[in-house]
Design a protein around this ligand. Structure first.
Ligand code: DQA
Length: 141
């Protein structure tokens, strides 16, 4: 099982941005924590603030042999049709993860361009959401 974890726009700022909302851990802390669990899977981490880079990473799914994705596109979640279309173009199966409870926040965050094409969504469970998503993939797939 090969899993791609994508963190989108502004998620490189974890541990520095709005720590009351997103916590004190950095993106590398998150990645190291997941790696230390030693899941029986190849797990790659990709972060970009660039829509183009994210789309190209998604398009390369078959070449890169990813079986499943765990995606948090940050603010692009609420706006981005191009990333949605990229996922549909390669039929990438994925879970959508959000660190914060987007439904308890501003109304514009209640809309996701991804939830209806995701296999499932984990919202508001902090950084643990990534771990839970991976556990679920390994249980089901
Ligand atoms: C987020 C929620 C988004 O609304 C926000 O723009 C983010 C992070 C989350 O993980 O809670 O950047 O995706």
């Amino acid at each position: 099982m090969k899993i791609l974890v994508i963190n989108g726009v502004n998620l490189n700022m974890l541990g520095q941005r709005e720590t009351d909302m997103y916590g004190d851990l950095s993106l590398s802390d998150l990645e190291n924590n997941i790696k230390s669990i030693n899941f029986d899977a190849d797990i790659d981490f990709f972060q970009s603030n660039s829509e183009e880079e994210i789309i190209e990473k998604i398009h390369a799914q078959k070449q890169d042999k990813y079986d499943f994705g765990v995606f948090n596109f940050g603010a692009h979640t609420h706006t981005n049709i191009a990333i949605r279309d990229a996922i549909l173009s390669v039929k990438f199966k994925f879970y959508e993860v959000h660190i914060s409870n987007v439904f308890a926040r501003e109304e514009f965050r209640h809309v996701s361009f991804f939830s209806d094409i995701a296999e499932g969504c984990i919202v508001g469970l902090g950084l643990d959401g990534y771990e839970y998503a991976i556990r679920k993939i390994l249980k089901e797939e």
